[in-house]
Design a protein around this ligand. Structure first.
Ligand SMILES: Cc1cc2nc3c(=O)[nH]c(=O)nc-3n(C[C@H](O)[C@H](O)[C@H](O)COP(=O)(O)OP(=O)(O)OC[C@H]3O[C@@H](n4cnc5c(N)ncnc54)[C@H](O)[C@@H]3O)c2cc1C
Length: 389
């Protein structure tokens, strides 16, 4: 494979970084804060169609090709340009699913609001007894006049406490084979009967929630795709979710932060590097592995750009990059010694406690978006042709 840009790709890369250099707020700034303060970065991105660059132009995107998106993402991440991460479920998952499976009315109603940045979305798929085996979900939707009445429970629902809308899977035919009795709904979070309870993760952060649905009425027009055929739309959303997880550039940045810290603190007691030379080898290994992650992400992008659908290749990327994230955090904690345990509130926390946070939060990376065991099953069966049991 030729890893260099074609002349067109190089010109596009230049356009993106020149734009970022000229227009982006300070590297690493918080996008949400910037947007709430009415800063112009949002508007400038929007004018170029770069809020949702993969969406077709007719819906306010830039209609970028797969390779252009890859370059765009690389440049935005490398130059640490702020991106609207709190909108990622709407812009990156629900929106693209509506573009494929939604009615014209649904597209007109929901897509512009997503682009305006006013609507946060969440994803109500997982349930207490349905995660890896998602199709065994039990939440029920029963037709009643022009509505469906929904009862059940969702869990691990990221951003449910801030979201206006939720994409939700519910069983509409309990007698059909499990993949064939599911429908896909858009539910307004302020609907009567819907309650959200916080789940606090081990970093102390409130990212996800439990959502309880007690006779929640959802208009039939909020169904995406056909009744009992929601699994197809659900899989489309998951494909978009998985293709956006695990940025190799992000891993490289974590390594750069760590290396800079280690270089600047060789002699003081906040780095154990000088007393533990073997950590140098560990750092080198991590650096080589970030390059491997980058190659795996190129492989996925190059398949997509040839119109092929990455399958076990995407699983290999997800598995490798999320486990690598954990290894980088472990190396970082060893280098920081006891200081590595300090959280961001502590004035003595190296790198504002970021490495401690990464160490704790990284545990979830190998679960969210499909666990490592599930990725290994996919690689074994579809990549290596091994039998199921
Ligand atoms: C940070 C975070 C955010 C999340 N956000 C959302 C969200 O916004 N919306 C949403 O719907 N969900 C969300 N999830 C849920 C996530 O999709 C599930 O946690 C994940 O799919 C695993 O399901 P589970 O937790 O039910 O574990 P289970 O499926 O019960 O798995 C338990 C263990 O068994 C293993 N296992 C299961 N099946 C197999 C098998 N066939 N072969 C081998 N091993 C197996 C798993 O790998 C795991 O180790 C989030 C999760 C996390 C951690």
């Amino acid at each position: 494979m030729d890893f260099s840009d074609s002349p067109e790709e190089a010109a596009f890369r230049k356009e993106v970084w020149e734009f970022i250099e000229a227009e982006a707020p300070l590297a690493g700034a918080d996008f949400r804060e910037a947007w709430q303060k009415g800063q112009t970065w949002w508007k400038k991105l929007k004018d170029k169609g770069w809020i949702a660059p993969a969406w077709p132009k007719e819906y306010g995107g830039a209609g970028m090709t797969v390779m252009q998106q890859f370059i765009f993402n690389e440049e935005m991440a490398t130059r640490r340009a702020p991106r609207p991460m709190h909108l990622v479920i709407g812009l990156g998952m629900a929106g693209p699913t509506l573009i494929v499976h939604g009615t014209e009315e649904q597209k007109k109603r929901f897509l512009p609001q997503m682009l305006s940045g006013d609507d946060i979305w969440c994803q109500g798929y997982s349930e207490p007894e349905a995660g890896s085996d998602l199709a065994s979900l039990k939440t029920r939707a029963v037709r009643d006049g022009d509505d469906y009445v929904i009862n059940g429970q969702k869990t691990w629902t990221t951003l449910a406490h801030q979201a206006k809308w939720m994409i939700l899977l519910a069983r509409t035919d309990p007698d059909a084979p499990k993949h064939k009795g599911i429908s896909y709904f858009i539910v307004e979070m302020k609907s009567p009967g819907l309650t959200v309870q916080p789940l606090v993760n081990m970093t102390g952060g409130h990212e996800f929630n439990e959502v309880f649905l007690d006779n929640v009425r959802v208009p039939k027009d909020n169904m995406v795709g056909e009744e009992n055929r929601g699994w197809y739309a659900a899989v489309t959303t998951l494909d978009f979710e998985r293709s956006s997880i695990g940025s190799a550039i992000g891993l490289r940045q974590e390594m750069d932060n760590l290396l800079n810290y280690a270089r600047e603190h060789t002699e003081d007691h906040t780095s154990t590097l000088s007393v533990s030379p073997t950590l140098r080898y560990e750092l080198s290994d991590r650096l080589v592995e970030t390059e491997v992650a980058r190659m795996l992400s190129y492989r996925v992008a190059s398949l997509q750009s040839r119109g092929l659908i990455p399958n076990y290749e995407a699983s290999a990327l997800k598995l490798f990059s999320t486990e690598l994230h954990q290894r980088i955090s472990e190396t970082a904690i060893k280098i920081l010694g006891l200081y590595g345990q300090l959280e961001r509130e502590s004035p003595w926390a190296p790198l504002k406690g970021r490495l401690c946070y990464n160490f704790l939060r990284g545990a979830a990376h190998t679960i969210e978006g499909g666990t490592s065991e599930i990725q290994r099953n996919i690689i074994a069966q579809r990549g290596l042709g091994l039998p199921r049991d």
